[in-house]
Design a binder for this molecule. Sequence first.
Ligand code: PLP
Length: 379
Amino acid sequence: MLTSGLSKKQVLAELKKIRRLDQQYSDGKILCSMCTNPHPTAEKAYRLFLSSNLGDPGLFPGSVQLEKEVVCDLERLLHGENCVGHIVSGGTEANLTALLVARNIASVRAPEVVLPESAHFSFTKICRSLNLKPVYAGLNDSFEVDPKQVDECISENTIAVVGTAGTSELGIVDPIEAISQIVARHNVWLHVDAAFGGLVIPFLADAQRPFDFELEAVKSMTVDPHKMGMAAIPAGGILFRHAEALDFLMTETPYLTDQFQNTFAGTRSGAAVASTWAAFRSLGSEGYRKIVDKCMKTTRFLADGLTETGFALVTKPTLNILAFRSSEGTKRLAEKLREKGWFISYVPRYDCIRIVVMPHVKKRHAIAFLKDVAKIENL
Ligand code: PLP
């Protein structure tokens, strides 16, 4: 901390210099991120609600109203009815909140959670934090969790089963319907992590298998507006089928405007909620359909380009996530691409290069990427 402050001009000049160290989505070189530039109106909305704290709701009834409306929007999108939920800091906190509730409701002595081997790494942190034993169910040849293995993993200590609708590495949607039939038989909580897919799958042109509250056994869902929802960070979403779920998080708040809080975080960003509201209202379902359609077209363009050049796709993309391998060495290709300024992920588990085709990835960027890949491989 400086002894005396700098002028606004000095501060902003310094920040602009430092900001240049950050990558910009608009450069089109970021092919590994699940976030993107917020919708322009979402950005404005964020600034408008900058000081709003949903942790002290009596002071910010307007922001509380916006959160209710956004939760309602998500509920309708995901075939829910009378759901409750919150906009939280992201998918990690949303998944944590779901498992915290499931654990508190189940109240078993040595709690376990059944996870697909492809579950997001946030569950590793969550299991550590909540002292849950993770029990992993394997995947089938299509990289979906195998329902039979899920069945075998469930024990009397299972407090929840997790399925993913849009895995982070390959964009796979687990067979949630088959899992829901299994959990219903065992009477176990089913949480669907649709952090990424929740704002993609409903807008895909082709019909999809049911993955959301349409399935009676689904008790909670994660769906993040700060990923494909074009809202500003931090906007994750957690929804519960039954209103009572939140009672299991109730904590007394002795000095705030409300007597109780039922979120994990205390201070919460009203700005993120306003930005989500603004993105939803500005785009509407037609706007999201167009965005998803464009991302899928670019994904297919990249997939076709890569296969025509001789690369092998790990699997046909379901969502706007693509993974491929090179017979000449995938890790080496990933390093060369990085040297050329591309930000892609190398995923050791599948020995593949992973690309997330977010709205900032345009066709011209895909063309430039294909050219660079071919050049590196001398094709
Ligand atoms: N779940 C899935 C499927 C994800 O893809 C991610 C992040 O990419 C998360 C959870 C964690 O979300 P966050 O990084 O917003 O905490």
